[in-house]
Design a binder for this molecule. Structure first.
Ligand code: CA
Length: 219
């Protein structure tokens, strides 16, 4: 089955050109010329969304945020114009994975898309609030840069980022062991959590009393 790209772009000429390019590369293409159309077509079947930031009836960044809050997890790549107001931090915070600025080279766009669709990345990486899990290298990336984490902190972060809900404290204690190979006890877990919070911001990890921890992507 061919991977489907949901192509959201109101400029008909650019959309036509991109569609042709994507088809030639072996993708299937669903087109949308507005936020309204994009909402109708977005769903589990699209492998990736190419999302124009300036749409006639809304902006791509808000649309991305909306989809992420609905649990849409597929990669989203923004198209932005040089003269458009575009805040990279806000765009990645909204849950977007990457962006290219118009005018861009077609080959560059294609290579960004290939990276986002890499199987390892799809299986192992979850982008949440600009954070990304790179399971192959056992790293957490923040806006593309690796965080200086211990192995235990990496494991905790990967769990937090990979789960939309609260992670029970027992579950963490069950599967974590420290860098010396020992299981982590209750007190040690608290120490790890507090060190981790120093690195990613105290607000990013919510304590749910009597239950466990939850990642808050809206920092
Ligand atoms: Ca536009």
């Amino acid at each position: 089955m061919k991977p489907i790209i949901l192509l959201v772009e109101d400029d008909a000429v650019l959309r036509g050109g991109l569609k042709e390019l994507f088809l030639r590369e072996g993708y299937e293409v669903w087109e949308a010329a507005s936020a309204r159309e994009a909402r109708q077509k977005q769903g589990e079947n699209a492998a990736l969304t190419v999302l124009d930031v300036g749409l006639p009836d809304g902006d791509g960044v808000s649309l991305c945020r909306e989809w992420r809050s609905q649990g849409i997890r597929q990669p989203i790549l923004f198209l932005t114009a040089r003269d458009e107001e575009f805040d990279v931090v806000r765009a990645l915070d909204s849950g977007g994975d990457d962006y290219v600025t118009k005018p861009f080279r077609m080959q560059e766009l294609l290579s960004r898309i290939r990276v986002l669709l890499r199987p390892a990345r799809q299986e192992g990486a979850a982008a949440r609030g600009g954070y990304l899990t790179d399971t192959a290298r056992m790293q957490i990336l923040k806006d593309g840069a690796a965080l200086p984490l211990t192995q235990t902190e990496y494991k905790i972060m990967a769990l937090l980022l990979g789960s939309p809900g609260v992670i029970p404290r027992e579950r963490l204690l069950e599967i974590l062991w420290d860098d010396g190979g020992k299981f982590v006890d209750d007190n040690t877990l608290s120490v790890h959590m507090s060190r981790l919070r120093d690195k990613v911001g105290a607000d990013a990890i919510k304590t749910v009393r009597g239950v466990g921890y939850q990642w808050c992507s809206t920092r």
